[in-house]
Unconditional design. Structure first.
Length: 75
């Protein structure tokens, strides 16, 4: 990966954390208490005009390992 891209990503991540502090605290709580195989994560997106799209996934052991690695990278 290009080092300049990493710097841009770091800046974007810092801005995201600043814009959405409650979301990151929520994710942290989920990771500490609910990350076990079989957990279902549901996503729902609502556009400004009210349209909704949703999906879900059931966590597998390798999903949890990936999330833990990402968690370490993003600290």
């Amino acid at each position: 990966m290009n080092p300049m891209n990493l710097l841009q990503l770091q800046g974007a991540w810092t801005q995201f954390k600043s814009n959405h502090p409650k979301f990151l605290r929520f994710l942290s709580a989920v990771c500490q208490k609910s990350m076990e195989e079989g957990t279902v994560i549901e996503f729902r997106v609502t556009s400004p005009d009210g349209r909704e799209v949703s999906s879900n996934l059931r966590l597998k052991a390798d999903d949890i390992a990936l999330f833990k690695e990402l968690q370490e990278l993003l600290r």
